[in-house]
Design a protein around this ligand. Structure first.
Ligand SMILES: *Cc1c(COP(=O)(O)O)cnc(C)c1O
Length: 331
């Protein structure tokens, strides 16, 4: 038995594992399944809520009344933190990358404001160079104000956040038993690292014999190998886990990033349209659409012909799609 640390029950879990049979028939390859982590909540849906169950438990345990975190303008992580903070009665302060631009907020940013988060925008350069200092500045500010703030790293990706996807892997082990299948590969979008670190640790702990393939959406393979390893080490050390994390294999595919983070090509948008109409599955242009497109390309190339069952972990991102609605070609 694995002893999980303190956790708040925030997410609607376990999420379903569903086959995409029309897509699989079209591919004439392995059967493709989707782990519906887009269904973990309504406004706080997606993968971040799984990590935040553990992160926020830690913040509450330490007596914190304020959460500070950071991310891009359309950060799913910041939106989930804002909504869950409101749900728990905690103040949330978001440090966002990039100037506000002055237009009416939409997508995730709209929900940040709706949930009453305090939002501070930083110019790209200042954010990139000084984010650690900016966190420290606000920590000091809240301390002087008689408050106690908890700083959540980008994407809640640290040793604590890793637990979120260790827990998802435990669900997957049960899903596979229930459906009487063996997964041959598990794909997901990787961005800040802890989803992959958690899945890798969990697959190891729960004896799932399938590689976890992180589809990079921003940086190159080496970046993710380092980041995922570092999250695994932090998890192992913080919780004194009896796992040799140095021997765990990390597999990253960085061939489908396209022009850059949050920028999707026309073929990504057409994949999003296709899956929505074919299966009622809504992907997003920043994470899941890119990762899913990459997975389909790899399957079409025959790289997974030896597989019977392939699992895609749908990590959410719906509100990011709304913020890019102009790109879908319906105008
Ligand atoms: C953050 C995010 C990811 C990536 O997860 P990480 O743990 O940051 O690597 C994937 N999909 C969506 C929709 C996300 O918001």
């Amino acid at each position: 038995m694995i002893k999980f640390p303190a956790r708040l029950k925030l997410a609607q879990t376990p999420t379903p594992l569903e086959p995409l049979d029309r897509l699989s028939a079209e591919l004439r390859g392995p059967r493709v399944w989707v782990k519906r982590d887009d269904l973990t909540h309504c406004a706080a849906s997606g993968n971040k809520i799984r990590k935040l169950e553990f992160t926020m438990a830690r913040a509450v345990e330490q007596g914190c009344d304020t959460l500070i975190t950071c991310g891009g303008m359309q950060s799913n992580h910041c939106r989930a933190t804002a909504v869950l903070g409101a749900q728990l009665g905690l103040k949330v302060h978001l440090l966002l990358k990039g100037e506000s631009g002055g237009s009416v907020p939409d997508g995730n940013l709209l929900l940040d404001y709706l949930a009453g988060a305090e939002v501070t925008h930083y110019p790209l350069e200042e954010y990139t160079e000084d984010i650690e200092k900016i966190f420290q500045k606000w920590q000091d500010h809240y301390r002087q104000d008689g408050k106690k703030a908890y700083s959540i790293p980008l994407g809640a990706s640290d040793g604590t956040g890793v637990w979120g996807y260790v827990s998802c892997a435990a669900e997957l082990a049960e899903d596979f038993q229930q459906h009487e299948i063996q997964a041959d590969a598990i794909f997901h979008a990787t961005g800040s690292g802890a989803t992959q670190a958690g899945l890798i640790a969990g697959v190891h702990l729960f004896n799932i014999n399938a590689p976890v393939i992180g589809m990079a959406v921003s940086d190159d393979e080496q970046h993710f190998l380092n980041k995922v390893r570092s999250d695994l080490r932090d998890w192992q050390q913080t919780y004194a886990m009896d796992v040799d994390v140095e021997t765990l294999a990390i597999q990253v595919n960085d061939r489908y990033i396209g022009p850059g983070y949050s920028i999707a090509t026309a073929e990504i948008f057409s994949t999003i349209r296709h899956l929505a109409a074919l299966e009622g599955l809504i992907l997003d242009p920043v994470y899941t659409g890119k990762a899913f497109f990459g997975m389909l390309e790899e399957i079409k190339k025959g790289h997974y012909d030896h597989c019977k069952n392939i699992v895609f972990v749908h990590t959410g991102g719906l509100f990011g799609l709304m913020a890019q609605s102009g790109q879908l070609g319906f105008d």
